[in-house]
Design a binder for this molecule. Structure first.
Ligand code: SAJ
Length: 428
């Protein structure tokens, strides 16, 4: 099969996963065509402005020759086409493959003999063979493994992580056939300084990602359950976890919080749960972990109510400021963020809830911290942004705050207690 111009690649989906990958390939001498369905994002990228908060992306974008477009026909000259679109779940937690299916339909219209398609989006085992290949084959008339190749290399982007990034994180790759595997491993080895581990099949590669993220979800659920239990036993769960972490082997610390957000951890387990259910197996443990983690926003709202009770203040009508809307510290990504569940839970108690996040500006949230917490009877720290971790008890007191619920256990508890505030953490 003829090899196309092996140094030209296309990346479909220019978000947290696709854009860093495109820039890394660009940096390594590839001619990169970025395809996205968001015209605003395309304009920003072509104007060399990052569409999301990321220092390294902003810096690299200025030097890159990457071209962003809506037009799938531009993939014709690429030797490799990489799909990096979101794979969310619907309200009922059923996986939503529409973005991936739409990307495949766009690609299939211009798929050429000799091209390698790589799926990076997280999917459950079986999706590559059961959904991706049929769309590509029926709409292109080409045969996978004969005319084109398909591989799966699950993304491992960790937003906001200064140490691990697309250039140094190890990857796994599975493919439909040996030649597809060889070419995918060759490509990733040419741009990534980490291990590229070939898997025996597409399904194994798909399973690796859902397993690694389910592993994280169940570990967080474990400490969240401990937090709810220890808050009744007057035991500081964070101290206990840090104590357990002194064991130099077979203990991996995770920490309780007001909820589990992001586009990976609270989503990926459902991909495995649903796929297994369709094949006759119920993942009781994974489902229980999801139920526990989804309880944390309500638990946090109850901490606010109990804190106000200690000051004989009714939560009904009380002004409560929720600080932090993004799902994790120092980034602007609000996907599946528990902050919104906390806000809704507090509103169910008829509280007057306001919010502020330095990384998020929209009409439903305050644009600065002062007015948000002014005369608030209670404050919830829902995201451990650095700017919140430096707030002092005096700052809250002078603004009339009586109760601080530290949803990320990121404030100095003793200092806040000594200052006379009601301080409630998650499990401490
Ligand atoms: N969280 C806790 N307790 C913890 C760790 C996280 O409550 O001990 C919460 C966070 O506050 C957040 C959510 O869970 O709301 C997810 O946090 P995360 O640190 O797992 O961040 P993500 O969603 O960006 O996860 C990514 C994932 N990377 C990929 O999927 C490629 C995940 O696999 C990584 O393990 C994770 O980063 C990481 O290790 O930081």
């Amino acid at each position: 099969m003829e090899e196309l111009n092996s140094k030209t690649i296309s990346i479909v989906g220019l978000g947290y996963v696709g854009l860093p990958l495109a820039l890394l390939a660009d940096k390594n001498g590839y001619m990169v065509i970025g395809i996205d369905n968001n015209t605003e994002k395309i304009k920003l990228i072509n104007d060399r402005i990052s569409p999301f908060v990321d220092e390294s992306v902003s810096r690299q974008l200025k030097k890159a020759s990457l071209e962003a477009t809506l037009d799938f026909s531009k993939i014709k000259d690429s030797s490799i086409i990489i799909i990096c679109v979101p794979t969310p779940v619907y309200e009922n937690h059923i996986p939503n493959l529409e973005p991936v299916e739409n990307a495949c339909k766009g690609i299939a219209g211009f798929l050429q003999k000799g091209q390698l398609v790589i799926l990076e989006s997280t999917v459950n085992p079986g999706v590559s063979e059961g959904t991706i290949i049929p769309i590509l084959e029926t709409r292109s008339g080409l045969k996978c493994g004969k005319d084109f190749y398909l591989a799966h290399c699950p993304e491992r982007i960790n937003p906001g992580d200064s140490k691990w990034n697309v250039e140094n994180i190890n990857r796994v790759v599975g493919s439909f056939c040996e030649e597809g595997l060889r070419r995918a491993v060759e490509f990733y080895s040419s741009i990534i300084q980490g291990e590229i581990k070939p898997m025996k099949s597409l399904k194994e590669a798909e399973a690796v990602k859902v397993v690694e993220n389910s592993f994280r979800d169940i570990n967080i659920a474990f400490v969240n359950e401990l937090a709810m239990s220890f808050s009744m036993l007057d035991i500081d769960v964070v101290n206990v976890i840090e104590g357990a972490a002194t064991k130099p082997f077979s203990f991996l610390p995770h920490f309780p919080g007001c909820g589990v957000g992001g586009h990976c951890i609270p989503v990926d387990p459902y991909y495995l749960i649903e796929y297994a259910k369709q094949n006759g197996f119920d993942h009781d443990f994974l489902s229980l972990a999801r139920r526990i983690n989804r309880k944390m926003p309500d638990f946090t709202a109850r901490q606010v109510m109990m804190g106000l009770n200690e000051k004989s203040i009714s939560i009904n009508g009380a002004k409560i400021a929720v600080l932090g809307l993004s799902y994790k510290a120092n980034i602007d990504d609000c996907r599946e963020s528990p902050s919104f569940d906390i806000i809704n839970a507090l509103r169910r108690y008829n509280a007057n809830v306001v919010s502020y996040d330095p990384f998020v500006s929209n009409k439903s949230t305050f644009q600065s911290l002062g007015p948000a917490i002014k005369d608030a009877q209670a404050v919830v720290i829902a995201t451990s942004h650095n700017v919140f971790k430096d707030l002092t008890p005096e700052y809250f007191i002078q603004n009339g705050v009586k109760v601080v619920v530290d949803g990320r256990n990121c404030l100095p508890k003793e200092k806040f207690l000594k200052a006379g505030l009601v301080y409630k953490g998650i499990g401490r």
